[in-house]
Every structure is written in C-alpha cells, then in structure tokens.
Ligand binder design. Sequence first.
Ligand code: G6P
Ligand code: MG
Length: 221
Amino acid sequence: PIQAFIFDLDGVITDTAEHHYLAWKAIADELHIPFTRQFNENLKGVSRMDSLRLLLSQAETPVDYTAEQLEELAQWKNRIYQELIEQIIPADILPGIPELLAELKRQGMRTAIASASKNAFTVIGRLKLMDAFDVIVDAAEIKNTKPDPEVFLKAAELLQVEPGCSIGVEDAVAGVQAIKAAGMFAVAIGAKEAFSHADLVLGSTSELTWSTVSEAWSARN
Ligand code: G6P
Ligand code: MG
C-alpha cells in the first residue's frame, strides 16, 4: 500500500517556479543572453549555481567568469527572487493542494516536502504550511541535487517509509528523474510530452487527487 506522498515545492505546492523564471529572465536580460520559457524548463528543479551555468551557456559570446563573479551573479538572482516572493500569501497555494493534504491526513498518509531550494522554509512559512507536512527536506540538508535521488530518499528515511511505497510529485524533468531513481512512483504536473519518464502525468494540481493517484498506483502495482 501507499505510505507517503513526497512533494516538490516550487511549481507543485505554489507557483514559485514562475518567480524563479522571472528572476533568471531579469539576469539574462541584463547580460543580453537569450532566455526563453522553453529553455527555462531545463532549470526547473536544478540548483541555483547549476541553473546559472545553464543560463550562461546560452550566451552568444561565452564569457569566462571567475568563481567570485559566478557567486555574485547567483546572489543577484537570489535577491530578485526573494523580492518577488515577499508578496506570497496562503491564497497562492495551488488549486487542489489544501484539499489533497486534508484527504491524505484522513487516509493516514505521511507527507513531506523535498525541495532543492534554499528558500524553501521562507516560502512554506509565507504559505502558512509549516505544520502541514510531517517532514521538510531542503537544499541545506543534501549534497546532491536533482536528478540525484538524495532529497527524495532523505525525505523517505525521515518519514520512515519505503521508497517503493512512496509517491513523488514534481513539475520538473530533473525532479521526475530523481523520483524514479529513488524507486518511487512519479507523478508529474505538466505537459504529457515532457514527462514520458513519469508514472502519471496530470495537467494541473487541480487534477491531483487521492483517488486519481491511488487508482494509477493500483493499476501499476
Ligand atoms: C528549486 C527550483 C529551481 C531553483 C532551485 C534552487 O529546485 O525548482 O528553479 O533553482 O530550487 O533554489 P534557490 O532558492 O536555492 O535558489
Ligand atoms: Mg519544481
């Protein structure tokens, strides 16, 4: 039986994936680097520094930045991001998520957040969801970022559940890879074409219900 649901944060619980995009877009514009929403899909779930490297790889004339300059650029992005998320309120929780969390409690499920963000606790605090999850694992607690399974495995370990009896929910390609590498059932939120490696793909969080997920799980097992 299913024991736990482990959620990505940005783009699953709330639309901070959009804030990350806007902050990177501002940096790209300043540096005159072409940066599209389509390319931004590669940055989802990816750490701040790796995202910066990906963004810089799009420059028409590549520049060799020193480690210090890279650090400054990453901090600049973070300042823009933090300013954008100052406005977040509980009403910004994505559709269906509060209902799902309530149903998971009734079903006796354990729940966790597995986020690659160093801002995860700030976002969760602004959403007033501090007590909504049994466990929160953020970037500070892991060495290897998605697509490495570490963050999902760490969450399962802290929840004391079997990875094979856990559902991971993600909006990022790298995130779904991490869930599968952890041996979990992967639910992707997004476009079908992007997630051939997921066990279940849903167009939006409003479709993310206990019955949809548990039926798909039963069909697979
Ligand atoms: C999440 C987001 C990424 C972000 C990463 C690091 O995985 O999906 O877009 O780059 O966290 O976030 P941070 O807040 O630490 O810069
Ligand atoms: Mg995400």
